[in-house]
Design a protein around this ligand. Structure first.
Ligand code: FAD
Length: 409
C-alpha cells in the first residue's frame, strides 16, 4: 500500500516509522527540516529546542520509542522547580517551606489549593466539560484564589481566551501534574536535546524505506478513482498530521471545531541567571510573556557555556508587529539585564501551536478517520487534557494501527 503522511512532526514521524514496516510511505513536510513544534536551533556548540520541552516519568510510549531508537541512555531525570514573579520579585514555590512563606496567598487559600490538588485525581471531569474554569474556581475555592493564583496561570497559557477554558481541562491538568515531591517535579530531558529524537526517528523511518520530503507543502488531498492524489502523486491512503484548522481548510472531514492558538517564544542566550535558580517562573505582574522558562536552571548551564531563557507567550489571531522587540526590552528592564549581557536572541512564532481547551471541547475531538483518509495530531484524544510529546507519539501509533486494520479487514 502507498501512503502519504502529511506533516513531519512527532505524530507524522512516529506513524511513518510504524507504517514503513509493511508499506510504502512518503512524508511531506512543508519546512526545511522535520520536527514541527519539536524542532530546534543549532548554535555553534549545541542544539536547543525552539520551544521549551521536557518529558514526564509517566510518558511510557515516548520512553519506549527512545529505547527502540537506542537513545534511552541519553535520557536524564532532572528537577523542575517553579515560582511566581510578583511585584518585581522572584518567589520560588517548589518546597512546602517556600509555599508556606509565600506572602501573596492566605493560609486558607493555600489549604484550599492543596485540597484541590489532592482531590483532582479522583474527580469526574466529564461533568465539568461545560463549566468554565474561572466560574468553577470562584464558586468552589473563592475569588481571591482565582485572582491571585489561577487567573495569571490561565492567562499565561491561553491569553485572552483564558475565560473560555473548561474546568474539566483545569482539573485534569492539575491531576496529571500533581505527582511532584517536596523537592519539586521530576522531569526528563535528552542529553543533546530533543533534536536527537527527531533526527533518529526520521533516520529509522528512512532505513525502513520511507521517503521524507522536506520543503514540500502538501496541497489538499483529492479523491479520484478510489485513490488519493496529493501534490499530483497517487496514494492508497493519506494521513494528515497538520494542525486541525489546516485540516478544515483542506476539507478533511471530521476535523471538527477544535479551536487553536499561536505561540510566540523568545529564546535568549545571556551571561546570567535572572530567576534565582527557578526553572519555570510564572509572571503575575503583567508582561508581554506569561512565563520565564530558564532552561539552564533545569539542564546544567555548563553544557551550553551560557544561560538560556525562554519568554513564553500565547496569542490568538495575529501577533502585533514588533512583538519580539517588546518582549526583549520588557525582559531586560524588568530583570535588570544590561544590553551587553544578552549574547543572542531568536523569536519562534507558531500560529497553530496547540488547541485551546474551551468548554465543550471534548465533543469536537475528531477520530482517526477511515476509508483511506486519516488524521491525527495535537488535536487527537491522546493529547487531551494536555498536548504533549507522549500524546503525539500515542496518536502516531494508534492511527498507524487504524490504517493497517482498515486495509487488512
Ligand atoms: C510552546 C510549546 C511547548 C511545548 N512543551 C512541551 C513539553 O514540555 N513537553 C511535551 O511533552 N510536549 C510539549 N509540547 C507539545 C509537543 O511539542 C507536541 O505535542 C508535538 O511536538 C506535536 O507534534 P505533532 O506532529 O502532533 O504536531 P506538529 O509539531 O504541529 O507537526 C505538524 C507538522 O506538519 C507540518 N505541516 C503543516 N502544514 C503542512 C502542509 N500543508 N504540508 C506539509 N507539512 C505541513 C508542520 O510544519 C509540522 O512539522 C510543546 C508544544 C509547544 C508549542
Amino acid at each position: 500500500m502507498r501512503i502519504c503522511v502529511v506533516g513531519g512532526g512527532l505524530t507524522g514521524l512516529v506513524a511513518a516509522l510504524r507504517l514503513s514496516e509493511s508499506d510504502d510511505v512518503m512524508v511531506m513536510e512543508k519546512e526545511d527540516t522535520p520536527g514541527g513544534c519539536l524542532s530546534s536551533y543549532h548554535r555553534e556548540d549545541y542544539w536547543v529546542e525552539r520551544f521549551y520541552h521536557h518529558l514526564f516519568p509517566g510518558d511510557e510510549h515516548l520512553l519506549a520509542v527512545l529505547k527502540e531508537l537506542g537513545i534511552d541512555d541519553r535520557l536524564e531525570w532532572l528537577r523542575g522547580t517553579t515560582g511566581y514573579f510578583v511585584q518585581g520579585r522572584v518567589y520560588p514555590l517548589t518546597t512546602p517551606w517556600e509555599i508556606m512563606r509565600y506572602p501573596h496567598l492566605s493560609l486558607v487559600d493555600k489549604a484550599r489549593l492543596a485540597l484541590l490538588t489532592l482531590r483532582a485525581r479522583r474527580m469526574d471531569t466529564e461533568s465539568l466539560d461545560r463549566v468554565p474554569a474561572a466560574e468553577y474556581i470562584r464558586t468552589h475555592l473563592g475569588s481571591s484564589l482565582y485572582t491571585s493564583f489561577f487567573e495569571p496561570l490561565l492567562r499565561s497559557k491561553f491569553g485572552d481566551r483564558s475565560g473560555e477554558v473548561s474546568a474539566a481541562w483545569l482539573v485534569s491538568r492539575i491531576a496529571i501534574r500533581s505527582h511532584r515531591g517536596p523537592g519539586g517535579e521530576t522531569l526528563g530531558y535528552l542529553k543533546g536535546g530533543f533534536h536527537l529524537l527527531v533526527e533518529r526517528l526520521a533516520d529509522a523511518a528512512v532505513r525502513k524505506g520511507c521517503e521524507v520530503r522536506t520543503a514540500t507543502p502538501a496541497d489538499r488531498p483529492e479523491r479520484y478513482n478510489g485513490r488519493w492524489r496529493v501534490n499530483g502523486e497517487s496514494f492508497d491512503s493519506v494521513l494528515c498530521t497538520i494542525p486541525a484548522p489546516g485540516l478544515r481548510e483542506r476539507g478533511t472531514s471530521g476535523s471538527g471545531g477544535v479551536p487553536y492558538q499561536g505561540a510566540a517564544c523568545m529564546t535568549i542566550g545571556l551571561d546570567r541567571d535572572v530567576a534565582a535558580g527557578v526553572y519555570w517562573l510564572n509572571m503575575k505582574d503583567p508582561a508581554p510573556y506569561g512565563a520565564v522558562v530558564s532552561h539552564t536552571n533545569f539542564v546544567p548551564v555548563e553544557r551550553y557555556g551560557e544561560h538560556l531563557v525562554y519568554l513564553a507567550s500565547y496569542f490568538n489571531r495575529t501577533l502585533p508587529a514588533g512583538y519580539g522587540e517588546t518582549m526583549l526590552s520588557d525582559f531586560c528592564s524588568r530583570f535588570r539585564v544590561p544590553p551587553g549581557a544578552v549574547h543572542w536572541h531568536a523569536l519562534a512564532v507558531e500560529p497553530l501551536a496547540g488547541p485551546v481547551f474551551t468548554t465543550g471541547y471534548r465533543q469536537h475531538i475528531p477520530d482517526y478517520g477511515s476509508g483511506g483518509c486519516y488524521r491525527a495530531g495535537m488535536f487527537s484524544i491522546p493529547n487531551y487534557p494536555e498536548r504533549s510529546m507522549e500524546g503525539s507519539v500515542i496518536a502516531g501509533i494508534q492511527v498507524a494501527e487504524r490504517i493497517r486494520e482498515d486495509f487488512t479487514a
